[in-house]
Design a protein around this ligand. Structure first.
Ligand code: CMC
Length: 428
């Protein structure tokens, strides 16, 4: 048995406490500061630079080495040899499925892809030009109102049904969001398609034409979903966990995750990166734009990451896919793609970016691929949300199943006014 290890913290008044050290299967040791409140002090770590908020078996990241594992499997292997539905099974259940388990899971998810017909009425309440993420937050949250039969979060079967419903219905809602935005009729799912083919069908087909998915493009979207499926305790996943810690239902929790994902520092970066490329407009303006970044007028969207300080392993896979897709579509000479490659080269060789360890992240390349697939820019973050739903729901499920799970409740360092007496209006 391992000898217990401790870190000793001594305050300037001489009081001291021994804090247990915890060791995971991979990654740095963690100091358990639970007991610290007995000294009447808290820790201060506002953006969670040095704080683990939970224990998790799902995803491992090593930011310095550029590693990402789902349930121990390297992302590169999953992106190359697996498919999204298999990765979903892995994240949710902890192990890769057998052939029979995969078939059963895939069929189960397919049979949950339709949404209640009344849900379609929610769309009419939104302006036609509403941002698709605004619609997603509302309509996914509204699922809570349709599935009262599976909302007992302490019942593992209910949690499982909700997980399957979310995984199956979020893509349908995402595609409906697009159709509403462009004024085309909603397309009902078709069960003979694979998960990703079906999503493309609901996005791009119309009742007037037959739709045959292009396997290279399906594979590219499959990869985008795999690469975005989970990313340990990022902002949106932490939001889902915090919302879920109060006992809120999973549909509401995932809606809160979608809201957190929307921001440009997180999932909104793919949309922001493409808008940035459009704004730069031409290779000749790259140097001038990069100077603006160095002058801190704006950030280079699709660059940098809180955890990856060497290379985003998802970006390496996405970069390869980007070349494959543009070749398949004959778009290698596309103006925006050339511009992106020029920007990538400048940033990778400029000391400003090297010193700050700013490398292209997955969203720099995924935006270019999504654009090539014909997905409108305002849908990019929605695509991220479709891929990340399985991560949110797996992490939520892991948390709820934990023994002794408690509501998340951070503390603060109060910096406001000390106690003072109310002043009557006439005396102010
Ligand atoms: N462009 C220019 N400078 C940057 C960038 C950037 N994209 N990102 C960080 N910096 C600079 C920043 O100005 C600071 O410089 P200095 O030390 O001179 O003040 C330094 O790098 C550290 O920045 P930070 O804000 O402390 O870093 P962070 O870890 O808090 O931020 C980040 C991480 C992802 C929010 C940030 O890199 C960023 O805003 N990137 C652009 C948005 C983006 O692409 N986000 C997608 C992340 S990957 C998808 C996902 O998982 O959500």
């Amino acid at each position: 048995m391992e000898t217990p290890r401790f870190a000793t913290l001594t305050l300037d008044d001489g009081r001291s406490i021994q804090l247990p050290m915890m060791t995971g299967t991979l990654g740095p040791d963690v100091i358990d500061i639970h007991g610290l409140s007995t000294l009447g002090v808290f820790t201060y770590d506002p953006a969670f630079f040095s704080t683990a908020s939970c224990m998790s078996d799902i995803t491992f990241i090593d930011g310095d080495a550029g590693l990402l594992y789902y349930r121990g499997y390297p992302i590169e292997q999953l992106a190359k040899d697996s498919d999204f539905i298999e990765v979903c099974y892995l994240l949710l259940n902890g192990e890769l499925p057998s052939a029979a388990q995969k078939t059963e899971f895939s069929s189960l998810i397919k049979h949950h892809t339709m949404v209640h017909d009344q849900l379609a009425r929610f769309f009419n309440g939104f302006r036609r030009d509403a941002h698709p993420m605004a619609v997603m937050v509302g309509v996914v949250g509204a699922l809570s109102a349709f599935y009262h039969d599976s909302l007992d979060i302490n019942n593992p079967q209910h949690r499982q049904i909700s997980a399957h419903r979310l995984l199956a219905k979020v893509p349908t809602i995402a595609a409906m969001t697009h159709k509403y935005n462009v004024g085309e009729p909603f397309m009902y799912p078709k069960n003979h398609f694979s998960f990703v083919e079906n999503f493309m069908y609901m996005m791009f087909a119309t009742p007037a034409e037959d739709y045959v998915p292009n396997p290279i493009l399906v594979r590219a979207l499959e990869r985008i979903f795999i690469l975005h499926a989970d990313h340990e305790q990022n902002a949106s996943t932490s939001t889902v966990r915090l919302a879920g810690s109060s006992g809120a239902n999973p549909f509401a929790c995932v809606a809160s995750g979608i809201a957190a994902l929307w921001g440009p520092a997180h999932g909104g970066a793919n949309e922001a990166a493409l808008k940035m490329l459009e704004e730069i407009g031409d290779v000749s303006r790259v140097a001038e734009y990069v100077q603006g970044v160095k002058d801190k007028k704006y950030r280079l969207m699709g660059f940098g990451h809180r955890v990856y300080k060497n290379m985003d392993p998802r970006a390496a896979v996405m970069r390869e896919t980007c070349h494959e897709v543009l070749q398949e579509l004959g778009l290698e000479n596309d103006k925006l793609f050339k511009l992106a490659m020029a920007l990538e080269q400048v940033a990778l060789s400029d000391p400003y970016f090297i010193e700050r360890k700013l490398y292209p992240n997955v969203d720099f390349y995924s935006g270019i691929v999504l654009r090539a697939l014909g997905i409108p820019t305002n849908m990019f973050t929605v695509i991220f949300a479709v891929g990340r739903t399985i991560g949110w729901i797996s992490q939520w499920n892991e948390m709820i199943a934990e023994k002794g799970q408690k509501i998340g409740r951070p503390r603060q360092l109060y910096t406001g006014s000390p106690r003072r007496d109310f002043v009557a209006m006439t005396k102010r």
